[in-house]
Write a protein that binds this ligand. Structure first.
Ligand code: HEM
Length: 393
């Protein structure tokens, strides 16, 4: 069995994962946790193994050595364990709690969505990926973080440049240059926000970190805000585009949602199960241990493949099908354990309560355009690359 896996894993190319990782994951789930040379990691692909790993963070550490995230962003909470991690997470948390999201951020998100749609409504056609999902995610994130003077386009450029840095295993100097320029841009914006928020606190993440009982230093705030920008923009963008596409390509489910708009919450959850925006994240073993039938040495680098767990046939019936009526809903798109996504409620509100319902309500007769097909890409982060649509202006 392990030999079969070895033969297969040697053939896996990153390009194949980028194009369509799901057939590869289906194959990997049949074998023990496997070393995948192209990824330079053991890929953990089964739901049960990922749930076990997240219940044992003292064995499966987030504080990866020589982490590219730490190189690009500084030492963020996402690369810390135990009390060091908890301290920084707790400082940011008040800005992202469910009640804060409901009372404070949801009306802000609604206004931003309406203004964006006002800008292109009369055209009758758009690429909702570039015209709506991307800018909406950037504007919402800027508001939540407390970076309101930053332009949406800058935030998107910085986010992409830093994410490219996180994946720069080829050590391309141009990628480092762009990532460093982005990092400097964020530093300047964060320092300006800190100067403003020190005397006048508000509901934002930077303000929460600054005024916490155990406040974070400017250096810690800068690093964590880079992580928020790298990790809080593409995911709601991709969930918005995928959720819209899924509804437009499944008319019977669209009709159900139109009849009962409360079902938009299910559309959101099923969209991130179907195509997990964060497909894979890293962990490293702190000691020799067994996982999914494989003995792992201390210091083993793991890729935790949420995208695969979310399509694990032992948990989800017909896992490749988009189905808002499925019985099992416990997906892992937000991770699990101590690093469970801190922006979960923000994302649910932004995408499930505001973006998807507002697009469907305001763009009458919304349908996929036949001018060009939709394109997909990515495995570490995955989503649509375009979403051409038409409606009746
Ligand atoms: C659909 C949208 C989103 C998805 C699918 C998602 C997914 C995830 C996942 C899988 C993790 C865990 C990563 C790991 O353990 O290595 C995570 C962590 C995190 N996410 Fe999200 N995320 C989303 C939106 C957001 C948003 C909008 C924000 C901010 C407003 C955010 C902030 C964070 C933070 C701060 C962490 C690190 C938490 C910690 O280390 O304790 N996320 N997210």
């Amino acid at each position: 069995m392990a030999q079969i896996a070895g033969d297969f894993t040697d053939t896996i190319q990153l390009r194949d994962l980028w194009n369509d990782p799901y057939p590869v994951y289906e194959e990997l789930r049949r074998s023990p946790t496997a070393w995948v040379p192209a990824a330079n990691r053991y890929l953990v692909t089964r739901y049960a193994d990922i749930a076990y790993l997240e219940r044992n963070p003292e064995i499966f550490s987030a504080a990866e050595q020589n982490s590219l995230m730490t190189r690009v962003m500084g030492h963020t909470m996402l690369r810390k364990d135990g009390t060091d991690h908890l301290r920084e997470r707790k400082a940011a948390e008040p800005a992202l709690r469910p009640r804060m999201v409901k009372q404070h951020w949801t009306p802000v998100f609604q206004q931003l969505a309406d203004e964006l749609i006002d800008g292109f409504h009369e055209r009758g056609e758009a690429d909702l990926f570039t015209d709506f999902a991307g800018p909406m995610a950037a504007l919402c994130l800027a508001a939540v973080l407390g970076l309101r003077e930053v332009a949406a386009a800058d935030l998107q450029t910085w986010s992409q440049a830093m994410m490219d840095g996180l994946g720069n295993y080829a050590d391309d100097p141009v990628v480092w240059q762009h990532a460093e320029a982005a990092s400097l841009g964020v530093d300047e914006a964060v320092d300006a926000a800190i100067a403003r928020l020190r005397g006048t606190p508000d509901a934002s993440v930077i303000s929460a970190m600054l005024h916490a009982d155990d406040p974070l230093s400017p250096e810690q705030i800068r690093a964590n805000i880079k992580m928020f920008i790298g990790g809080g923009l593409n995911e709601p963008r991709d969930a918005t585009a995928v959720g819209t596409y899924a509804l437009l390509s499944h008319p019977e489910q669209l009709a159900q949602v139109r009849d009962d708009p409360r079902r938009f919450a299910d559309v959101f959850e099923e969209s991130v199960r179907w195509v997990a925006p964060i497909g894979m994240y890293p962990r490293q073993t702190t000691r020799e241990t067994e996982l999914g039938g494989t003995m792992l040495p201390a210091g083993a680098r793991l890729g935790v493949v949420l995208a695969s767990a979310n399509r694990d046939e032992t948990v989800f019936d017909a896992p490749d099908t988009f189905d808002i009526n499925r019985r099992t809903k416990a997906h892992l798109a937000f991770g699990g354990g101590p690093h469970f996504c801190l922006g979960t409620w923000t994302a649910r509100a932004q995408v499930g309560q505001v973006s998807l319902p507002t697009l469907l309500r305001r763009l009458e007769g919304l349908r996929l355009s036949d001018t060009e097909p939709v394109r997909w890409g990515g495995w570490v982060f995955r989503g649509l690359l375009n979403l051409p649509v038409r409606w009746n202006p």
